[in-house]
Design a protein around this ligand. Structure first.
Ligand SMILES: N[C@@H](CCC(=O)N[C@@H](CS)C(=O)NCC(=O)O)C(=O)O
Length: 53
């Protein structure tokens, strides 16, 4: 996204302490993993290769 000049906000997730296993995060990505990309319209994308594509 840096290379394409697409603005974004990066949110640090403390995976060691379960930040990606909370109900709030699992509602965004049921796999409970990062990266997870949230678009301005609320669309959510998981899986790094899918996000890159
Ligand atoms: N296949 C996934 C793998 C993602 C993945 O394993 N992410 C790790 C961090 S690198 C993670 O979220 N681990 C937290 C956990 O499993 O609770 C992708 O390429 O996006």
């Amino acid at each position: 996204m840096h290379q394409l000049g697409i603005p974004f906000a990066r949110v640090e997730m403390d995976i060691v302490h379960g930040a990606t296993r909370t109900p709030e995060f699992l509602a965004k990505n049921p796999n409970g993993r990062i990266p997870t990309l949230e678009l301005p319209d609320g669309t959510l994308l998981a899986e790094s290769r899918a996000i890159l594509f």
